[in-house]
Design a protein around this ligand. Sequence first.
Ligand code: 4AD
Ligand code: MG
Length: 480
Amino acid sequence: MRHTEINELLQSEPSLHEVIVRGWVRSFRSNRFISLNDGSTINNLQCVVDFSSVEEEVLKKVTVGAAIEVNGLLVESQGKGQKVEVQVSGIEILGEADPEEVKLTILSPKRHSMETLREQAHLRIRTNTFGAVMRLRSKLAFAVHEYFQKNGFYYMHAPIITGSDAEGAGEMFRVSVLDPEDLPLDENGKVNYKEDFFGKETNLTVSGQLEAETYAMGLGKVYTFGPTFRAENSNTSRHLAEFWMIEPEIAFCDLDGNMDLAEDFIKYVIKYAIDNCGDDLEFLENRLLQEEKSKPQAERSEMSLREKLRFVLENNFKRVSYTEAIEILKRSKPNKKKKFKYIIEEWGADLQSEHERFLVEKHFKCPVILFDYPAEIKSFYMRLNNDGKTVRAMDVLFPGIGEIVGGSQREERFDVLNQKMETMGIPQDELYWYLDLRKFGTAVHSGFGLGFERLVQFVTGMGNIRDVIPYPRTPGNAEF
Ligand code: 4AD
Ligand code: MG
């Protein structure tokens, strides 16, 4: 007989049939009640032991963290909180866990800080919080694919190793097989990358956009969903050196269409989580409520986690131009009272996350799409507006998160793009293929990038981005 997953059992009726379950012991009370979890759900299965049917020697090994197999009858539960439980007729210890050693880990049943959990990232998936977050992460990833596949997009795999810098920001991890102790030099005494693996300088991709653009100009609508890497030294709760990005790219689509797509897409995946991850969301919502109790009233959020998610679904994202946003920020209290770290003095200033969060959380109190940014603070590939100084860029800003999406209508005019690359010092010879798109059947096209971890953060309410990816990579940390 095969074992059954706990998720399935908890949803079934007491059948009085023999079942087999396997999982890890969460607790064992009074030598009688085993709480078993197998990861299929946040909920534990209660297994009630009848001493006469299980040997003393075996019971001793039923300890927190141990992997066991239980067989018994699925009966109506006598206790509160669950419909069914297992009346144990036999236990097999699959993998022991020494209580003395467990005590020293996060598996021990007491409160551990998020920092401690991070240090034991190989075990933290056994906690309720990480189980819930990672199940949600998986469901959200599925929803991403479902949305695009249902809407006629093709999944395109952009390369991980590239020879180009898609953002032109120079924040790349080098990929090389050269021996750092014995570098080959050219006649000018510079490192000779012709002798490297690819015969040129290469790096990990910062974005699949440029390659996605080439595919949109053949398949029409594509999206990427893969890991991206940034060697930026940002130690914040919203930055990772390795993160997953979703990048749709659409031919014959302008910035308005791009905004519509971003809003529709985000609402779809959030709705998917609400509809399919109720138990995990409920757990995370209560977790947040607990956490907030230790905060002063004024800092507590007005809405619960699921209220926040529903709020996003039910309200239009507010679309505001960069120029309007600057006016609002200039007149704002924190700007006048010099409460912002970066005071907004004039048009052209780059927006910091404190400004983005002010707009979203204090001023508009809803998700905001900012568009038409100054060309100078945005990437080379964005389409220049007729004013000659702004580009068709958009950022979607979310409460508690700040920027969740960055995108634009792309510069489709060869001469304008070529000139722009020239002035911004982007190597045209390296990106000849990107320029080629503008020579052979160019067309209006647009796309955006959504940081998957920031989305998971928003949906789960987790405060730190390191806690929504299994093994976070950040400056100074690549453990596991
Ligand atoms: O705004 P970004 O840099 O845009 C691009 O990379 C474009 N090529 C996307 C496109 O148009 N196809 O990054 C897009 C999003 C950000 O809005 C943010 O959500 C996320 O990627 N992001 C990060 N997430 C975690 N850690 C980091 N270091 C991130 N940098 C960007
Ligand atoms: Mg951005």
